[in-house]
Design a protein around this ligand. Structure first.
Ligand code: 4NP
Length: 161
């Protein structure tokens, strides 16, 4: 079982959408039993809330079920997830500080877009203060990045549907 945690700031825009996209891709190839996927935020701003209404609208456009309430990253996440994927540099920096504080200094945290060779080092931009077009943009970015992530994980762990 490969356990994947997507992390952004609020856990109401980027990371719940990423979680829904990965779940959908995994289901499409019948690999549900081989993946566990979740998302969380580095902040406590929206704990307990449903995804942003623009996230919900974007997910429904692509027929992606969203079943998530915002939660904050916690200590056990560093133990319980094989892959922790940060959406931007801020998230990455916060996670790298937390992992040291929580005693998981060796845990590698990945930047989401590093799985696509041509977008290494780039962020999944925070769409919160922008318009609806920002959500279409993050959908396209995440769709591509998650395809690459899945391909690499399948190869690394020799997973077959
Ligand atoms: P997310 O977007 O990190 O992709 O969920 C944001 C959601 C809320 C805020 C910022 C970004 N906020 O400042 O409340």
């Amino acid at each position: 079982m490969i356990r994947v945690l997507f992390v952004c700031l609020g856990n109401i825009c980027r990371s719940p959408l990423a979680e829904a996209i990965l779940n959908s891709k995994v289901e499409l190839v019948g690999m549900q039993s081989q993946f566990k996927c979740d998302s969380a935020g580095t902040s406590d701003f929206h704990i307990g809330e449903l995804p942003d209404e623009r996230t919900i609208k974007c997910a429904s456009k692509y027929n992606l079920p969203l079943n998530h309430r915002s939660r904050q990253v916690n200590r056990t996440d560093f133990r319980d997830f094989d892959y922790i994927l940060a959406m931007d540099d801020n998230n990455l920096r916060n996670l790298n500080n937390l992992k040291i504080r929580y005693g998981f200094a060796d845990k590698e945290i990945h930047l989401m877009r590093n799985f696509v060779a041509k977008t290494q080092g780039m962020s999944v931009p925070d769409p919160y203060y922008g318009g609806e077009e920002g959500f279409e943009e993050i959908y396209q970015i995440l769709d591509e990045a998650i395809d690459s992530f899945l391909a690499q994980v399948k190869a690394t762990h020799q997973l077959y549907a």
